[in-house]
Design a protein around this ligand. Structure first.
Ligand code: CP
Length: 296
């Protein structure tokens, strides 16, 4: 693996290998990998805000003994008008091995052909979020070893969701069925055939993924109570879910909009486990990209 920009670039075997390594890191059944030659250096280039992705990549890198260089976009020479491309050229000239980047996928794909730095997408706009989808599958696999034919229900602001977009790609690779619930204007036009009724979808789901209402991307903000009544997961709707179904949310969540406190308290909810697993999944991705060797 030289870069990770979209899930669709991955084979089923490479996804399975990443998930297995992530689970091994979590269970402590493998030691941290060896990187031959110089200690690798990675830079964090986040041109959009992040808590989970940035910090868990940083935690993952530190656990692997990798040196971290924060680009600090708001304090960089971008403010003086330097281009993002020239900023990457600076990192390349300094000998940085890889960059974890929250920036446009198409630009990353272009850069990956000309730069001597390995690129890992940290999710971008409404386009894709490959490492979130991978950590979601790691979390799912902790409970269910064979995911082929399982039913994933995605609920909410799907058209604006980079997480949903990467899940469409992952479902193709992993043989998972996707159903969708949400307001008409938040349905992705390419996937209208997957739209179902919320109650029916909840009854059939093996995994329910609640998505954040992204008010920053809408002209008018959503009315909290109306949204929760129509599309939110709450105490009443929890009763429709199978006992062994799981509930995910990529975070950050809007409490009392897409989920309520009852959902956070429900034993089927894995929201904080997803955050925890983000570190192990990103350890596996960094190991693969930077060519780390695990001791057998
Ligand atoms: N889930 C996710 O990408 O969260 P952050 O935006 O906080 O990284």
């Amino acid at each position: 693996m030289n870069h990770l920009i979209r899930c669709r670039e991955l084979s089923k075997e490479s996804v399975e290998a990443i998930l297995q390594m992530a689970l091994d890191f979590k269970r402590g059944t493998v030691e941290v990998p060896l990187f031959f030659g110089q200690v690798p250096q990675v830079s964090f280039v986040f041109l959009e805000n992040s808590t989970r992705t940035k910090l868990s990549f940083e935690a993952a890198a530190l656990r692997l003994g990798i040196q971290c260089i924060d680009f600090e976009a708001d304090k960089s020479s971008l403010a003086k008008g330097e281009s993002v491309l020239d900023s990457f050229r600076c990192l390349e000239a300094m000998g940085v091995d890889a960059a974890i980047v929250r920036w446009k996928d198409e630009q990353l794909e272009e850069l990956s052909e000309s730069l001597g730095i390995k690129l890992i997408s940290a999710g971008e706009g409404t386009s894709s979020h490959p490492t979130q989808a991978l950590l979601d599958y790691m979390t799912w696999k902790e409970s269910v070893s064979d995911l082929r034919g399982k039913n994933l229900l995605i609920v909410g602001d799907i058209a604006h969701s980079r997480v949903a977009s990467s899940h469409f790609e992952m479902a193709e690779i992993m043989g998972v069925n996707i159903s969708l619930v949400g307001p008409e204007h938040w349905m992705p036009v390419d996937h209208l055939d997957k739209k179902v009724d919320l109650d029916e979808g909840l009854q059939n789901a093996d995994l329910v993924m609640m998505l954040r209402v992204q008010n920053e991307r809408h002209e008018r903000s959503v009315h909290t109570e109306d949204y929760n009544y129509e599309y939110g997961l709450n105490k009443q709707r929890l009763e429709l879910l199978k006992d062994d179904a799981l509930i995910f949310h990529p975070g950050p969540f809007n409490l009392d909009v897409e989920i309520t406190q009852d959902v956070l308290d429900d034993p089927r909810t894995r929201i904080w486990e997803q955050v925890k697993n983000g570190v192990f999944t990103r350890m596996a991705i960094l190991t693969k990209i930077l060519g780390g060797k695990l001791e057998s």
